[in-house]
Design a protein around this ligand. Structure first.
Ligand SMILES: *Cc1c(COP(=O)(O)O)cnc(C)c1O
Length: 452
């Protein structure tokens, strides 16, 4: 659409089916917060006006995806829908063996016990939390080696998702035999939805070939990453997103993907491999915990929805709108002096709550204070990624505003920005929180808190 030179980038879809959203009063929200122990995971979704808790499984499916679901072949073995799914992923990735799973962590649960185990180390640009948990559950260590620019939230470095190659080579030189593979997560979710450059992937590949270590990709947001490459990397502007995605996958030996992200599906995922021996082991584990090799915990209709979604996510009008609309939210917040992780990520804006609320000590969870304020003010649900979630191991105090795909329009986003303006104007009145009760692990899901 080169001839379309307008500043306003419109949503590249029109709405065929609508779902009402809830409006609540401040008094109702106050009561709901108290009842929920000030934990937003305990708030019923029909009491949330705008839900930015996650972009996972929350996408709006297209008319073509819904009609593909009606074609779903629910045969136990060898369903037609599996072959549609398999061909789409083979064409996209170039990998030989395609294994369906019910979501991303199911692929991790199957894969890491096979390649991991006690004494092993799995380095990456920064593992997602379930990935880390599954690597560690196998007995292996998960090692994050983000590039140094990633630590500075105010740096506008274009590829803050990159791995630190010097640090990687140092680890390999010491521990080569203990490293079964390196995993690159695209985009780097844990560090702000930041992309990895093709150059960084190529150099990682070159280094790993030298030491005969395989490279794998966590492809949850591969298309957003590919479009960032097209926009930001030298010599990439003329390439199509499909070509760039093809090149990304060609640099690795396999991939794990949660289809709840860039495949616009409400459930699903896959493991894609080239190695036959690994595939045999993975299929054995699949049958044990997920299902037969041609459905892997999914209905035939889910396989169809994922296959269609993987075609749609490569449409550049969509990706242009996707990245632009996320950046638009970030720009709006910064106009009110709300500090964010810069530059804007693909799927979310991350507010730097420590900088925004310097009067609330880290021990009193400034990120959580902001998340509660957003709900109390206007029924907006977000997610703290800081000391509450990471239990003393947090490097930053962030609040993630994840944007479901194709769900909210620009007026919703304008409204979110306006709400932030109100909160920013009286932010000194916001108070910290203390934990009343929490379990030992993954405490943010079920903890109960109280305001100071
Ligand atoms: C969501 C996610 C996963 C896990 O996928 P689920 O479908 O939630 O199980 C793994 N890696 C990344 C980068 C993710 O964002």
């Amino acid at each position: 659409m080169n001839e379309w030179n307008y500043k306003t980038i419109i949503e590249p879809f029109k709405i065929k089916m609508v779902e009402p959203i809830a409006f609540t009063t401040e008094a109702e929200r106050e009561k709901l917060l108290e009842k929920a122990g000030y934990n937003l995971f305990n708030i019923p979704a029909d009491k949330v006006t705008i839900d930015l808790l996650t972009d996972s499984g929350t996408s709006a499916m297209s008319a073509l995806q819904w009609s593909a679901m009606m074609r779903g072949d629910e045969s136990y073995a060898g369903a037609k829908s599996f072959f549609v799914f398999e061909k789409t992923i083979r064409d996209l990735t170039g990998y030989k063996y395609i294994i369906p799973v019910h979501q991303g962590r199911a692929a991790e649960k199957i894969f890491f016990p096979i390649v991991g185990g006690k004494g092993k180390i799995v380095p990456g640009n920064t593992h997602f939390d379930t990935t880390r948990a599954n690597i560690e559950a196998s007995g292996a260590a998960a090692l994050d080696l983000p590039c140094r620019q990633a630590a500075d939230t105010q740096s506008d470095y274009p590829f803050k998702g990159n791995i630190d190659l010097a640090a990687l080579e140092k680890v390999i030189k010491k521990k080569q035999r203990s490293i079964p593979l390196v995993l690159m997560t695209l985009t780097n979710n844990a560090l702000g939805g930041q992309p990895v450059s093709l150059q960084n992937l190529r150099e990682t590949r070159r280094l790993l070939l030298k030491y005969r270590i395989p490279l794998f990709i966590d492809a949850a947001r591969f298309a957003e990453n590919a479009y960032f490459i097209k926009l930001r990397e030298d010599g990439m502007a003329e390439k199509s997103v499909s070509q760039i995605a093809g090149e990304i996958f060609s640099l690795a030996d396999g991939a794990l993907m949660s289809a709840k992200k860039d495949a616009f599906a409400n459930i699903g995922g896959f493991l894609a491999l080239n190695n036959e021996e690994l595939t045999q082991k993975a299929r054995k584990a699949l049958i044990l915990t997920e299902g037969f090799v041609t459905y892997g915990g999914l209905a035939g209709r889910d396989l169809e929805a994922i296959a269609q979604g993987l075609l749609e996510v490569l449409e550049e009008d969509y990706l242009k709108y996707r990245l632009r609309s996320t950046a638009y939210l970030g720009e709006g917040l910064q106009k009110y002096g709300v500090p964010i992780v810069r530059p804007a990520g693909g799927h979310a804006i991350y507010v730097d709550a420590k900088r925004f609320l310097p009067h609330i000590p880290v021990s009193q969870f400034p990120g959580h204070a902001l998340a509660v304020a957003l709900y109390r003010q206007a029924g907006i649900r977000s997610c703290e990624l800081g000391s509450l979630m990471f239990n003393g191991k947090a490097k930053m105090e962030l609040v993630r505003l994840a944007i479901p795909r194709r769900v909210y329009t620009q007026s919703h986003v304008d409204w979110i920005i306006e709400v932030f303006g109100k909160i920013a104007a009286r932010k000194k009145a916001l108070k910290g929180f203390r934990i009343v009760w929490a379990p030992k692990e993954l405490r943010h899901f079920t903890a109960r808190l109280a305001p100071f």
